[in-house]
Design a protein around this ligand. Structure first.
Ligand code: PLP
Length: 391
């Protein structure tokens, strides 16, 4: 019998981190591994953002705890950015800054969900949604049209009991799919009519491509007085994954309850990282556009390469985030005598030294996730190796 809690035993390690760990170990052993496994932009954090953290350290702004929900100036910066991007006026009491968006999601689930409740999301999903809900003792149910990867009003209508919380990711990890304005509005209206909480994770909202339009939930609903929660952060838009700053925006009552829990979990995020995030959200937003354009070029070039490989298929061309969610033909698995995409990913890493997490980690076997947060030459080489592996 294990001496560890049932909780610790029931949580699965992150599938994306597992592949990445094996890839890193192989790299450390001197092997030429291409890691397309992880969701971090490959750009250096822009200089003015890093300098703001250095200034905070040098002027002694790091020797005290910040407010649990984040410094007033960062929360004001987030409020101003939300106004600029969506037109919605928020108060600083509708913002809680957290140790990455992941912590915002965790605190939100803990603040809203009871054991025995159920939480609904779309398939495929970002794996931490499922694990965080499990950690709250609730049931995580992923529904929807697998090909599309979107949650639909019809899926919600078909539920046999009322969810406590709906979790939506727009655009999506792992499939890069973007919801239309009408689709998001439909989900928000359903939640409002049924009086249930709905969270929209907009962390990839500024990374959309080829003229596609992202519609923030904040353009459609007033957060104050509603059960809508918007989650976002600096990780993906500003290439700041290591700084660990994210946030939730919601009605003051939701934010107050999340902050109460965070007071015992973190005492607020790192002060210097908050200073950097403040520079990110308040200074010129051109850095976001520069990285977005680079991702767009890679998406287009890499999409053409994937399309050419026999045995790999994409349901649609991704419109956002920086991932392809690729279907591996059953024929390929059969011919190669592989029992699953999990095994495919493992053998691919061993044989061709390309690391890709399998769809199993996102609730959808039969797929691989490929992150294009890598330079084009590396992506080209990776696809050459994948093609060779299949042949
Ligand atoms: N939400 C989604 C869909 C993600 O893919 C990620 C990161 O991979 C996050 C949230 C969390 O990002 P962070 O904790 O770095 O802010």
């Amino acid at each position: 019998e294990s001496e560890f809690s049932t909780l610790a035993q029931s949580v699965h390690p992150s599938a994306t981190l597992a592949v990445s760990k094996k890839a890193k170990a192989m790299t450390a052993a001197g092997e030429d591994v291409i890691n397309l496994g992880i969701g971090e932009p490959d750009f250096k954090t822009p200089e003015p953002i890093a300098q703001a953290a250095i200034a905070a350290i040098e002027t002694g702004k790091t020797s005290f705890y910040t407010p649990v929900s984040g410094t007033l100036s960062l929360r004001q910066g987030i409020v101003d950015l939300a106004k600029k991007l969506t037109g919605q006026e928020l108060s600083v009491n509708q913002v809680v800054v957290t140790t990455g968006a992941k912590m915002a999601l965790y605190a939100m689930v803990q603040a809203l969900v009871n054991p025995g409740d159920f939480v609904v999301s779309a398939k495929p999903y970002w794996v931490s949604y499922a694990e965080q809900v499990n950690m709250a003792g609730a049931d995580f149910i992923a529904v929807g049209d697998e090909k599309q990867g979107k949650l639909r009003v019809a899926d919600l209508d078909a539920l046999d009991r009322k969810p406590k919380l709906i979790m939506v990711n727009n655009p999506t990890n792992p499939s890069g799919i973007l919801y239309s304005k009408e689709e998001i509005l439909g989900l928000l209206n359903w939640a409002e009519e049924q009086d249930v909480f709905i969270m929209i994770d907009e962390i990839y909202g500024r990374l959309v491509y080829n003229g596609a339009t992202f519609t923030s939930a904040m353009k459609l609903k007033t957060l104050s007085g509603s059960k809508v929660i918007v989650v976002d952060g600096v990780s993906k838009s500003y290439s700041m994954t290591g700084w660990r700053i994210g946030w939730a925006l919601a009605d003051e009552s939701v934010i107050a309850n999340m902050s109460k829990l965070l007071g015992h979990m973190t005492s607020g995020p790192t002060a210097a990282a908050q200073a950097a995030a403040e520079a990110a959200v308040t200074e010129s937003q051109e850095v976001v556009e520069g990285m977005r354009k680079t991702f767009e070029e890679r998406l287009n070039a890499t999409y053409a390469l994937i399309e050419k490989i026999d045995g790999l298929n994409l349901a649609a061309k991704p419109e956002g985030a920086f991932y392809f969610f690729i279907k591996v033909d059953q024929d390929v698995l059969d011919r190669m005598n592989l029992s699953s995409t999990l095994e495919f990913a493992d053998k691919l890493l061993e044989a061709e030294k390309v690391a890709l997490p399998a769809g199993e980690g996102f609730g959808m076997p039969g797929y691989l996730r490929l992150s294009y947060a890598q330079d084009q030459a590396t992506l080209n080489e990776a696809l050459k190796r994948i093609e060779r592996f299949i042949k």
